[in-house]
Design a binder for this molecule. Sequence first.
Ligand SMILES: [Zn+2]
Length: 321
Amino acid sequence: MFPTDRGSKVTTIRTFFSGNPIQRHGKLRADSDDLSRAYCHPNTRFLPVWQSRCLVTEQRAVLLGINELSAYTDGPEDAIFLGKLDERFIFALALPDDADPSKTGQAEFVEVRKLIGQVDETDAGLLAYARAMVNWQQSHAYCSICGTRNRAIEGGFVMRCGDETCAQRSFPRLDPAIIVLVVDGALCLLGRQPSWPEGRFSTIAGFVEPGESLEDAVRREVAEETNIAVGDCRYLASQPWPFPSALMIGFHAEANTQSIRLNDAELAEARWISREQIVDREVMLPPSASVAYRLIEAWFNSDSDQPLEALVPAASIWRRR
Ligand SMILES: [Zn+2]
């Protein structure tokens, strides 16, 4: 039985960057006339992205009208159609790296990663979406088959080779990564990466490789990093992680063995940790905005009189050393 089966305290797990309220209206992408009308509509708003940074003020995303960005766009083919929000069409617009963003006249361009846990949660998903799409387009500027320059079509969701005989089409891609809390009775398995300070711990994570199911990747990553054999595993929650294009897929897994041995250099340390040790703050948990924290919290709360949040104030963000 999984630890979270014992009670009904955990129902839905929300993660930061998820729950983006935008309606994507994917059909509009293929209709260039409708797309042009949406681009020109006076209520349409644009999310500028400059050097992978998004424009924010007072912890909210800044949406600009076309007049404020006219120096950076000549038509709908420059912009990425993200969807509709509050009856307004929303586009992302990449500003050239050598642009002077102060000309936008508002707010500040900030790395989306620095906004984790700080920016309004509703806007976080929107900013992550805009940044991920711009980053994907910029990393697919050329055809991967023949090297000809690509052209953005279909609202920016297709990059098509400019050579008509090749005509290779590329689509937005995600890099799936598993993240897992391994549990053995009243203990959970946490690891510390070599670059982290003493005491900072998190769950096990890694990218899914070709030819693997998510469960295969869970078993391989846990074995590679800790030598623990994993039995049953169960999906709990996911988190868009646009740095640049990951999707974190979160699991709880049952340990079949207990003896830890670090098989690769990904972790400096791994330990079995009890709820009491967490309450006594023997380990520093990941920030509350991470899916890693949510996995630990779900396990902790499944067998605790008081929720984790009430016993241990969560860090909103880990600062890099
Ligand atoms: Zn080509």
